[in-house]
Ligand binder design. Structure first.
Ligand SMILES: [Zn+2]
Length: 429
């Protein structure tokens, strides 16, 4: 091992140690954001050293590969342009929020980095390559945007905007927030939890929403029916091959849908409120940001739906209370009327009793005439044999023929035996 070689390695090692320390600082500074570090050399930016975070983020895998070949998306050359420029000018540069397309196919994702690139020089001062120190800011950027949108939704929910408006706004904001084309769907569970109704899906075709409206929850009923049934997320990354979609595949193809990730929307007591789904045109695997969006917005949807249910329950309770108040007032009215009626009856009974007392007294005082009093205008010469009376106080003596006639024709009449002295004798005993 030559002296110069040993010297070079020592210098490189100290750079790495310094970078690791910087990485620690940056990690502390940015919390959970991971710092990436790499040294590259030559015009193709061949990776000589890199920390695991760099390999993981850029999908390089091993040293000795040229970044110019590895980074897939030539349209987003931000990072490579930066490396080229530092190499050309020999001056360090820091760029914020450099957009990098990472991975490919279903695993592809957009990422943002704050990147500092410094030239590496040889003893003569010529630029050998570039040292890269970066911090991924993707989650920070996304979470900032997410939180801003989330706040707007919470304000809407707080001022009791109609549920359909809140869910529709939520779906649209997510579709706008995420850089890739996706469609958001919210289905609402029936109270029995056995069927799902259309809630919001502003960007899915109307024929699709109509076909899905009212589907049963159950194992294998697409992503949403299954997620609702299992009470856990169901990630279908490829509708074309997933058995859960056997019954809905033709419909999905017609709507141009390739993937559907659905998560149940649950109430605080664990009850099923609905499902929150993200659809993609092509097969896709959810990334960290997707999972974060699903977590945040399924929770927000739960809040909106629960609040809506509470509002409906409050309105129903108010209507019930109003009905109860009316029934109570009606009962009080009926009670007053019954009391008045009872008093009227008591008065009438008292009056009747007084009349009867008077009648009894009158009977007792009527002296027995010699002749029948029931002969009418022509009179009757027959002797008075029997006394008749009615409850209204009238009394008369008559012959047996006329008494019989009166008894037949006047319903309230009775024969008043003189010796009984009427009711007054009883009342005054
Ligand atoms: Zn007579």
């Amino acid at each position: 091992m030559s002296a110069s070689g040993a010297h070079g390695r020592t210098a490189e090692t100290s750079h790495v140690a310094g970078a690791v320390a910087a990485e620690e600082d940056l990690r502390a500074l940015f919390g959970r954001s991971s710092a990436v570090f790499a040294t590259v050399s030559g015009p193709g930016h061949v990776v000589e050293r890199a920390n695991p975070a760099f390999h993981a983020a850029f999908g390089v895998g091993r040293t000795g590969l040229a970044l110019a070949d590895v980074l897939p998306d030539v349209r987003d050359r931000g990072f490579l342009d930066l490396l080229d420029e530092v190499r050309r000018t020999g001056e360090a540069r820091t760029d914020r929020d450099v957009r990098v397309e990472l991975g490919s196919g279903p695993q592809a994702r957009e990422a943002f980095f704050d990147l500092t690139c410094e030239p590496r020089r040889d003893a003569a001062g010529d630029v050998l390559g570039v040292r890269v120190i970066g911090v991924e800011t993707t989650s920070v950027k996304h979470s900032q945007r997410l939180m801003a949108e989330h706040r707007v939704l919470l304000e809407q929910i707080a001022r009791q905007a109609p549920l359909a408006e809140v869910l529709d706004g939520m779906a649209r904001c997510i579709e706008e927030l995420v850089p890739r084309e996706l469609f958001v769907s919210v289905l609402l569970a029936d109270p029995d939890g056995l069927h799902l109704r259309h809630g919001a899906a502003p960007s899915l075709p109307a024929f699709y929403n109509e076909a899905i409206d009212g589907i049963a929850t159950g194992e294998g009923v697409g992503s949403c029916g299954t997620a609702a049934h299992r009470r856990e997320p169901v990630i279908v990354t490829d509708i074309a091959t997933d058995p859960f979609w056997d019954d809905f595949r033709d419909l999905a193809v017609k709507a141009g849908l390739g993937a559907c990730w659905s998560t149940p929307i649950l109430a605080r007591d664990g009850g099923l409120l609905g499902t929150f789904a993200m659809y993609h045109r092509v097969p896709r695997v959810p990334q960290e940001i997707d999972l974060a969006i699903i977590r945040v917005f399924a929770g927000t949807a739960a809040l909106a739906i629960e609040r809506h249910h509470n509002e409906l329950a409050r309105q129903a309770a108010e209507a019930r209370a109003e009905a109860a108040r009316e029934a109570l007032a009606e009962t009080a009215r009926a009670e007053r009327e019954l009391r008045a009626e009872a008093e009227r009856r008591a008065d009438a009974a008292a009056e009747l009793a007084a009349q009867m007392r008077a009648a009894a007294a009158a009977h007792a005082q009527t002296p027995r005439p010699e002749r029948c009093q029931l002969g009418g205008r022509t009179g009757c010469a027959a002797p008075a044999e029997l006394k008749v009376a009615d409850s209204w106080g009238d009394a008369a003596w008559g012959c047996s023929r006329h008494v019989e006639e009166v008894l037949i024709h006047v319903p309230s009449v009775f024969i008043a035996g003189e010796e009984l002295g009427g009711l007054s004798a009883y009342l005054n005993r």
